[in-house]
Design a protein around this ligand. Structure first.
Ligand SMILES: Cc1cc2nc3c(=O)[nH]c(=O)nc-3n(C[C@H](O)[C@H](O)[C@H](O)COP(=O)(O)OP(=O)(O)OC[C@H]3O[C@@H](n4cnc5c(N)ncnc54)[C@H](O)[C@@H]3O)c2cc1C
Length: 387
């Protein structure tokens, strides 16, 4: 089910099947000056159905919003076997916003079989800059000031020294080796605005200690800067055989603090933590490296992972930014939601899927008190305690 069913430019939308690879949609409309904005770094391989189910983000979601902001309608087979059509091309519709409810439901309501998505017009100008810093803290402070100044870059990504060396070893020398942190900053929009904003961003970066700020001279240089970022997860194979990937969030003003805490956590558990993340959203993707031949090392990596998650929550963050809850983080939801909140979500799930057939172990913990010792299993609920 990977077909583009309809391209409707007057209504600036397309109807696609869920198995369509994200990047293929932009490829299908780019020659007509359009693009599909959600761009998870996995966009070369991830499906739009998967993007919808996890409410995927991506580097350009800082300016354009996440998947839910680009889904106009859905066709779905619910867990009860009904074929339902939700939302659609018309701008205003009566009734509940079920489209927003289904996006991000991680397949727990039913199978999405068709998706109507928004298409955006390609901006007139795009400028991509690379700012290098001697520390993650300085780079994080620059991020806060860029946003506070009123500029919303299309993307604002940060990479640390460990990731830079992995990418340079794996893909070719793309980023300066000596940098402790680089910011990849993309601005887009009307040409005059982009030029003016680029100067302001460069000034802010320098004020926060940027060692260099360079702008991609042409489309080839720009593509190369993005190639490094988009292939970073694979390049980590140069650092480690295995890693735990965290997807926690902090308010972006807390980036300098979480970076300091992360360093301390890495030292305490004697693990390397490499970072490549959506700095503008405060959405962290620490990669906690370990050797899977050592059970003791894996245990240390897991402890560092949980400690890091706790630190993000303590700073007002979230247990997941864009990758979804899945099986792994169901046990962490009670850190963020109270029992009544979880009960409410559970009852909503039963409306779509009364028999609990659809991805039964995903998204919600089987019981709110399951934090310790939770094992994914079909929810078996003590009467009255949970529903
Ligand atoms: C290297 C790498 C980089 C990544 N970068 C990002 C990023 O920048 N931003 C981001 O948000 N995520 C990122 N991800 C996570 C992931 O790629 C995305 O969440 C993506 O949206 C998942 O799509 P998929 O096709 O792989 O879905 P899958 O992994 O196959 O499925 C994801 C979930 O959706 C459900 N599902 C899939 N299709 C349907 C359907 N038709 N109906 C109902 N349920 C369905 C599945 O059951 C599953 O629970 C990254 C992953 C990797 C490996």
């Amino acid at each position: 089910m990977d077909a583009v069913l309809e391209i409707d430019l007057p209504n600036r939308c397309a109807v696609v099947q869920p198995g369509l690879i994200n990047l293929w949609l932009t490829t299908a409309v780019s020659d007509r000056g359009y693009f599909f904005a959600p761009d998870p770094s996995s966009q070369m391989v991830s499906s739009i159905g998967g993007n919808v189910s996890t409410n995927a983000g991506g580097p350009h979601c800082l300016k354009y919003g996440v998947t839910t902001n680009h889904v106009l309608g859905l066709e779905m087979v619910t867990g009860a076997g009904e074929l339902v059509r939700i939302g659609g091309k018309a701008a205003e519709r009566p009734g509940y916003d079920l489209t927003g409810t289904v996006v991000g439901s991680e397949g727990t309501f039913g199978l999405v079989t068709a998706i109507t998505v928004r298409l955006l017009h390609t901006p007139e100008a795009v400028k991509t800059a690379l700012a290098t810093f001697a520390s993650m803290t300085e780079a994080s402070e620059a991020v806060s000031e860029i946003i506070a100044s009123g500029i919303v870059p299309a993307a604002l990504e940060m990479l640390d020294a460990a990731i830079i060396s992995a990418i340079n070893a794996s893909i070719g020398k793309i980023y300066p080796d000596a940098a402790d942190a680089v910011l990849l900053i993309e601005l887009d929009g009307p040409r005059a605005e982009v030029e003016a904003q680029a100067e302001r961003v460069a000034t802010i970066c320098r004020r926060h200690g940027a060692v260099s700020v360079t702008v991609a001279a042409d489309e080839m240089e720009r593509a190369l800067l993005w190639k490094g970022r988009k292939e970073a997860a694979g390049a980590v194979g140069r650092l480690t055989s295995s890693y735990l990937l965290q997807d926690a969030v902090v308010p972006r003003s807390k980036l300098p603090q979480i970076m300091r805490e992360m360093k301390a956590i890495a030292a305490r558990h004697r693990v390397v933590i490499a970072n490549v993340f959506h700095a503008g959203d405060g959405n962290l993707h620490p990669l906690i490296c370990y050797d899977d031949r050592s059970a003791e090392e894996l245990e240390r990596a897991k402890q560092a992972n949980e400690e890091l998650l706790g630190a993000c929550i303590a700073l007002g963050g979230s247990v997941t930014g864009e990758h979804g809850v899945g099986l792994d983080k169901a046990k962490n939801l009670p850190l963020q939601y109270g029992e009544a909140d979880l009960n409410f979500m559970f009852r909503l799930r039963r409306v779509f899927d009364p028999a609990g057939l659809m991805n039964p172990d995903k998204l919600l913990p089987s019981h709110p008190a399951c934090g310790e010792g939770f094992r994914p299993k079909r929810p078996v609920l003590p009467a009255g305690a949970w529903i």
